[in-house]
Design a protein around this ligand. Structure first.
Ligand code: AHG
Ligand code: MN
Ligand code: MN
Ligand code: MN
Length: 335
């Protein structure tokens, strides 16, 4: 990478005029995410060398075994986001309920809430496969001067002001949107800075990859089963290629670059799907739509789903527009 590329810090400043709301605050918030990403990246990178892989010994509210890195990443993001006078509340996959930030915000003047999946794909840590972080940012809807409330977090995805992910992969990247397209920045570890490497990212309209945990096939709705068979048929550009990492961030990232569809449908074991609406599906849906892709539960646009609880799950279908449309047609016909 040459020194001529713009750094993430420069990019944030150059584009802050386009933010709908007070630009300095959102810039500062994005900067704190950038900082936490570097710290977590450093720890993820030495996972095999220090005692950071394996289970932490606790389960989170969703009944999942927490990995040590789930807990580490959760703590680092919360610490970093709490330090600046911008965020009034945080909700995380690893926390039972939302955190109201009182330490730096006694008078409740901070305007933003952040929802995070601190470490996505954490079952992949022990085997050295890419993991990620997902974040979603909203303006609070309750008035400043009062404590943040649950309803500040239960906003529809369409109200997001920014969303993004970090992929700790063969290289580490931040990809985010503030509603004005999607840009990707790659970390140069020697210098410790992110550089704009993927400007204006877009899903190809058509794709040839499908990503789904096919072990659950027998449990899928008929429409999804038929669509998977359609992907496997020999006709035109089919059969499509099956690619599934098991880290939403990495699967999404590959599909956005190459063209593809990600599916986590419902089934009897997961009656509402597995992925969490507020800190997994909505941020990815916002990025997908900003990148000319599409996201739904098979029928309804993800960002139009009315949230009812913090850790709510929804079926999640996301990717290249024409592929998602095709799957929705199968769902319409077969259910
Ligand atoms: P997390 O590690 O944050 O709990 O998320 C796991 C999610 C997601 O990353 C991935 O796409 C999916 O779970 C994989 O689920 P399966 O193992 O059931 O395929
Ligand atoms: Mn988890
Ligand atoms: Mn996740
Ligand atoms: Mn997670």
């Amino acid at each position: 990478m040459t020194g001529k590329k713009q750094t993430l810090g420069e990019f944030i400043i150059e584009h802050q005029h386009a933010f709908k709301y007070s630009s300095g605050e959102l810039s500062s918030l994005l900067n704190s995410i950038r900082l936490a990403a570097k710290v977590v990246n450093h720890e993820v990178n030495k996972a095999g060398l220090v005692d950071i892989i394996g289970a932490a010994g606790d389960t989170n509210i969703q009944g999942e075994d927490q990995q040590k890195l789930d807990v580490y990443a959760n703590d680092k993001f919360i610490q970093t986001l709490t330090r600046r006078n911008i965020v009034c509340g945080i909700a995380s996959e690893e926390e039972d309920s939302f955190i109201s930030i009182n330490s730096n915000d006694e008078n409740h003047q901070n305007k933003y809430v952040v929802l995070i999946d601190p470490l996505d794909g954490s079952s992949n840590i022990d085997v050295n496969v890419s993991v990620g972080t997902i974040f979603s940012i909203y303006r609070r809807i309750t008035p400043t001067g009062t404590p943040v409330e649950l309803k500040d977090f239960l906003q529809k995805g369409s109200a997001q002001v920014a969303a993004g992910y970090i992929v700790y992969g063969t290289s580490t990247m931040i990809v985010y949107t503030t509603g004005d397209g999607v840009n990707g920045f790659t970390l140069n570890p020697a210098i410790g800075s992110f550089y704009l490497s993927h400007p204006n990212m877009e899903f190809p309209e058509d794709g040839t990859m499908y990503s789904v945990n096919e072990g659950n096939y027998l449990d899928f709705p008929l429409g999804v089963k038929k669509y998977i068979k359609y992907c496997q048929e020999e006709e035109g550009d089919r059969p499509y290629t099956s690619r599934y990492i098991g880290s939403l961030v990495s699967d999404f990232h590959r599909n956005m670059i190459k063209g593809g569809i990600y599916m986590y449908p419902k089934g009897s074991r997961n009656p509402n799907g597995k992925l969490r609406l507020l800190y997994e599906c909505n941020p990815m849906a916002f990025i997908a739509e900003q990148a000319n892709g599409k996201s739904s539960d098979g029928y309804t646009r993800t960002m139009d789903v009315e949230p009812t609880e913090l850790h709510q799950r929804v079926p999640f279908i996301c990717g290249s527009k024409n592929m998602v449309n095709q799957l929705e047609e199968f769902m319409q016909i077969h259910g």
